[in-house]
Design a protein around this ligand. Structure first.
Ligand code: GAL
Length: 916
């Protein structure tokens, strides 16, 4: 890390003049020969080996697990979680050596774990430095071991639809050497793993150093005691991802970034800064800073700490003027100890952080420097934002005094065809499309996201619910993380809050989702309270919640919540006539009951809708009401596995968007809602478990917009003139048949024309969100809608019956990408007719090829039923389109040419520049 030179100090800032004078005498430039802190990416040069058979692996296990007796993979998501099964250890386990890794996050020092004597696994070949791993696969991290594999098809498969039909379960090893020079002697050296799925255990030079079981946590291991200086050190990491461990596709392996961090023995601790802002206004803000410093060395030492604040620009660059500085402080550090230094300052005219479009996500960065005898010994950067958030049970949610209605989506962590392996550009693309939708809030369902994702939500101004678990001590699947909850919840939770607390985008902590403890009365409430207290201790500035789909007023669990996160209960569950025959949770619309029972607690609809569709597929007849559970013949076709895109059909416990909007609008105290889900994701293919991916998204797995995208856009971006017609107009088999036409528009009224003839002008009634012409008789030609707002023309759209396919067209989301081996271009192929119109029901086979310095890493078409492996260069169009994901080679530049061919159609080509 290099230091910015601090010229042109902010002398306009009168209160700080004295401090600044002091600090200008003191140089915080690192000495050129030894950077005070190094954070080195060690994503490259790994060797990987996965056992073929999950039953036949080594016996270096973290813990014994209960036998799997329930393999049912297609349960309704709201089935009641059940009690954990007790198991007795039948063999030696390594847990006792792993537990100490979490000590820092256990508040009570008497509860800290001591590493037992002995060194399990020391004789196992994979941990030895002289083991020859040249036959193992060479991989780069982040790595998801399952995503490129063939899908399992059929009913009785090792991995079913729920977990995405890919071999994410399994046991595998990653090996790599670390060259540690003699100059590093005396330093503290850490391994930082942003996420490994799951039960990671780490050996360094044959010594079991520690690990972390929860696959979504970020964690650190101190390698210092085990290192050799002046040569290679052997790292070996065992990952064990159990079968039946998740309700969705978790991915497998070291799927987030990995770092080697080198510091002086006295250094700022892991996630060691906490920045809070209070008394925030346009003219002033108070900034409170806590810095925790570790002293790993053996001699007491005097040091000084100084923190300067700079503007952090949108592109990540740092402003060249200090905007404020905390007073420099002298500290005496005791050997083998930590201390936390608290400081405060007042900043005039702060540039506040807030969500667009009405506010701007302005950020700052605090640069903290430790010096000893005039030498810089550490430098640590903390990006942050200055903003005030508040909740009002009657009025909703506020940022900097402005009410901000939560227009939210739930998002899983996978990146579609790229799997769980974190990729910044793929994640950014997801967020960009959510922006286009008008979404301003994201619930990270149901686990901590990659740290880089929160950097993006800060930068782009999203509001985030950061969530910990999908289950606590009761289980949803036999081997989910309920197994570790009793021993790890404190460490996981404190680690999450310390990692994420400085992100301005985070507005709420969620400790869980639809947990089984909703059903266990006081016992469940006690757990909820304990989790809430942990979070409150770590972060007194934001409230906590846990999403409830069952617990109601009168039950103990909601009492423990600071904010009421309701899943589906607001609009009612299986309660409307179309749902009355279904078994399962059944509740009337509960907003009023919650609001009356808890007049001081704000209500958020943390999950709603769970509506379903296959993009571009329309099935007849069309439901007459506004919401219906999917059933064979009404909205769903079990033979093809498709769900109709009339956007009226839902999971058994769900409600259509129209019903959700109406209920929420009738209860204006609700702070907003989060639709299930923003994007489609791998696994949980309700209602057709032979498929691989979900039907819930407003955007499909490949990133193509479903019709529902426009329904939400019409609501969330009322100032954007838009109108969207569905279905498509290519129905050669429906001549003269009733083919309903629905329109989503931000206008309030619209007139529909078929081949120039008006089919009538319709106006939205109270609590209506679509305009429907349900008795249109199909004839080919042109459908046109003119939308009005307040009686004036507002927007229009036209769709046409196309001719048959004649050609392919290719477009890329970006013309030029970076040759860093990580950047991506998303290339869409459309099957078009002679006039260039996309043929909306085209399913042609397409073959992609590439020339130049890059690779097609995956293809997809957004069809949940497609079991074609993601790396395949052959892919059918699904309802007119397909996608190829292109990644440049590392360190190269030049022109990439992508070609798409399809028998009987004219080929297409597109070029992308790779720059260095
Ligand atoms: C909810 C659950 C989500 C997802 C959704 C759709 O009950 O919280 O994780 O499963 O249903 O099925």
């Amino acid at each position: 890390m290099t230091m910015k030179t601090k010229k042109d100090k902010a002398s306009w800032y009168p209160l700080l003049v004295i401090t600044l004078l002091l600090s200008s005498l003191w140089s915080c430039q690192p000495s050129p020969q030894s950077p005070p802190r190094e954070r080195i990416s060690i994503n490259d040069n790994w060797r990987f080996y996965k056992y073929e058979n999950i039953e036949k692996t080594d016996n270096l296990i973290y813990d014994v697990r209960p036998e799997i007796t329930d393999t049912n993979d297609d349960k309704q998501a709201d089935s009641k979680p059940t009690e954990a099964v007790e198991v007795e250890a039948t063999q030696e386990t390594l847990k006792a050596w792993i537990m100490p890794t979490g000590n820092r996050f256990i508040k009570d020092p008497t509860k800290h774990y001591t590493r037992p004597k002995g060194n399990p696994g020391k004789d196992f070949p994979f941990v030895q430095s002289d083991f020859d791993d040249q036959d193992w696969q060479a991989v780069e991290l982040p790595h998801d071991w399952a995503i490129e594999e063939p899908f399992y098809a059929g009913w009785d498969t090792p991995v079913g639809g729920g977990m995405g039909r890919l071999p994410s379960p399994g046991v595998a090893w990653y090996r790599r050497t670390l060259d540690i020079s003699t100059a590093d002697q005396g330093k503290s050296i850490f391994l930082d793993i942003d996420g490994a799925m799951s039960y990671a255990m780490v050996w360094i030079n044959g010594q079991l150093a520690g690990g972390w079981p929860y696959g979504y946590s970020s964690w650190r291991l101190d390698l210092t005691p085990y290192l050799h200086y002046g040569g290679p050190n052997q790292l070996a990491i065992r990952i064990d991802n159990p079968a039946h461990s998740s309700r969705w596709y978790p991915g497998g392996g070291i799927y987030r970034n990995v770092w080697l961090v080198k510091t002086e023995p006295i250094h700022i601790a892991q996630w060691g800064t906490s920045i809070r802002t209070k008394d925030v206004s346009a003219s002033q803000a108070t900034i409170l800073l806590d810095v925790t410093i570790d002293h790993d060395g053996n001699e007491n030492q005097n040091i000084a700490i100084q923190t300067d604040i700079f503007v952090l620009n949108e592109d990540g660059s740092i402003g060249d003027k200090t905007v404020a500085a905390f007073a420099k402080k002298a500290i005496s550090m005791t050997a083998q100890n930590s201390s936390t230094i608290q400081s405060t300052l007042t900043l005039d005219n702060p540039r506040l952080w807030g969500p667009p479009p009405t506010q701007s996500p302005n950020r700052y960065v605090a640069i903290t420097t430790l010096t000893s005898g005039g030498q810089t010994i550490d430098e640590y950067r903390t990006p942050f934002g200055i903003r005030a958030i508040s909740y009002d049970a009657d009025k909703g949610f506020f940022v900097n005094g402005e009410k901000v209605y939560l227009k939210g989506v739930n998002q899983h962590h996978d990146l579609g065809a790229l799997g769980a392996a974190f990729n910044a550009r793929a994640a950014e693309r997801q967020l960009e499309m959510l922006k286009e939708l008008g979404c301003n809030a994201i619930r990270m369902a149901h686990n901590p996201p990659a740290p880089e994702l929160l950097e993006m939500t800060d930068r782009m101004g999203f509001l985030v619910i950061d969530e910990m678990y999908d289950c606590w001590a009761r289980k949803k699947t036999p081997h989910d993380f309920h197994l570790i909850f009793p021993e790890w919840h404190e460490q996981d939770l404190r680690a999450l809050v310390r990692r994420d607390r400085n992100h301005p985008s985070i507005i709420l902590w969620s400790t869980g989702n639809e947990v089984g403890e909703q059903y266990t009365g006081e016992e469940g409430a006690k757990i909820a309270m304990r989790l809430r207290e942990i979070v409150n201790e770590e972060d007194p500035t934001r409230p906590t919640s846990a999403s409830m789909n069952y617990a109601k007023p009168g039950m103990p669990l909601p009492e423990t919540m600071e904010v009421l996160n309701l899943n589906y209960q607001g609009e009612g569950i299986r309660n409307a006539p179309a749902y009355a025959h279904l078994k399962g949770i059944n509740t009337s619309p509960l907003y009023p009951r919650f609001h009356q029972a808890f007049p001081d607690k704000v209500i958020i609809s943390s999950e709603n809708a769970a509506a379903l569709s296959s993009r571009g597929t329309y099935l007849f007849p069309v439901n007459e009401g506004i919401s219906a559970p999917i059933s064979d013949g009404l909205g769903g076709d079990p033979k093809t596995g498709y769900v109709s895109s009339y956007e009226l059909y839902t999971a058994d416990f769900g409600s259509s968007a129209d019903k959700v909007f109406a209920t929420i609008d009738q209860h204006p105290y609700v702070a907003g809602g989060f639709v299930w889900s923003g994007w489609d994701y791998l696994g949980e293919p309700t209602p057709y478990y032979l498929s691989r991916s979900s039907y819930f998204g407003l955007i499909d797995l490949a990133g193509f917009k479903k019709d529902r995208f426009y329904l939400y856009q019409s609501r969330w971006r009322p100032e954007l003139p838009m109108a969207h017609i569905l279905p498509h107009w290519n129905w050669s088999d429906r001549l003269g048949k009733i083919t309903p036409v629905h329109v989503f528009t931000s206008g309030d009224e619209a007139e529909l024309f078929l081949n120039g003839e008006s089919l009538g002008r319709k106006k939205k009634g109270a609590y209506e969100y679509r305009l429907r012409w349900d008795d249109v008789l199909y004839e080919p030609g042109e459908l046109k809608v003119i939308a009005y707002r307040d009686g004036k023309e507002w927007a229009e759209e036209t769709i046409k019956t196309t001719d048959s396919p004649t050609q392919l067209t290719l477009t890329t989301d970006r013309q030029s990408i970076l040759g860093d081996g990580k950047d991506l271009a998303f290339v869409t192929v459309a099957v078009t007719d002679q006039n260039g119109l996309t043929v909306p029901n085209a399913m042609n086979d397409i073959t992609f090829s590439i020339e130049g310095p890059g690779e097609i890493v995956a293809t997809d078409n957004g069809d949940p039923t497609s079991l074609v492996a993601f790396p395949s260069l052959e892919r059918k169009a699904f309802n007119g389109v397909a996608l190829a994901i292109v990644q440049p080679n590392k360190g190269q530049a030049g022109t990439i040419t992508i070609k798409a061919v399809s028998s009987g159609l004219k080929n297409a080509e597109v070029t992308i520049e790779v720059i260095q």
